[in-house]
Design a protein around this ligand. Sequence first.
Ligand SMILES: Nc1ncnc2c1ncn2[C@@H]1O[C@H](COP(=O)(O)OP(=O)(O)OP(=O)(O)O)[C@@H](O)[C@H]1O
Length: 250
Amino acid sequence: MLEVRNLTVKFAGLTAVDDLSFTVNQGEVFTLMGPNGAGKTTAFNAIGGFVRPTAGHVALRGQSMAGMSPAQVAALGIRRTFQNNGILREMSVLENVLTGLELSTRSSFWGCALGAPGSARAERDATRRAREMLGQMDIAGLADRPAGDLSFGQQRLVEIARAMVAGAELIMLDEPAVGLSPGERLHLGQVLRELTAKGMTVLLVEHVQDLVMAVSDQILVLNYGKKIAQCPPSEVRNNKDVLEVYLGHA
Ligand SMILES: Nc1ncnc2c1ncn2[C@@H]1O[C@H](COP(=O)(O)OP(=O)(O)OP(=O)(O)O)[C@@H](O)[C@H]1O
């Protein structure tokens, strides 16, 4: 579904991502791991259109994403969350999810203002879909609470609901387990597995081992921008190159 081929990103003298290739299949959780500075976020940024690759290319369902802006990448169906939490704290949970429908609700807003007949219905439909999505995340009861009152784990679910409502086919989650309790990590893992069972695809950057091991189909380990291993979780702990990177010995 997502093809990354020979992706290289250089910043001045530093090669942050070095000739990286991988394929993510629909319905799987594909995880990028690696020590600090390994190039995980830069790879995310290049896929999402936030950073222009120095070489290589990325394609979704065979369509090249070369030169696309983040908005164009999002319109293709790739949505991402950020390490520093993209929640609008003063807005309600429901309103946060509805910002995922920014473009269509903006048109319905003007439609409403001008009295267009279909627009109120479009807004009702959007609200219904947003509430349904919150229900799938088991947080429907929080819809009208200010998002800033929620725990980190609940906020992460709101971000995922927002991506889903926006029509994401592939969601990119950058360290979603930061600040989560063990119980919240477990719940997040269950939500991700439920979504992928329905055909959603997840590209994850994560350090937290219990989540990574529980949800990943494939783990790709980066070091100094280079792929050093790619395997299922059951094999990663015994991979000599991975042990070398994390423990300094094999
Ligand atoms: N905009 C930039 N300009 C210059 N160097 C950058 C820039 N962004 C990242 N780097 C460098 O590129 C390398 C890879 O950084 P990146 O943030 O992608 O790593 P990471 O694996 O996501 O690390 P972390 O786990 O700490 O988030 C690092 O050496 C970093 O300092």
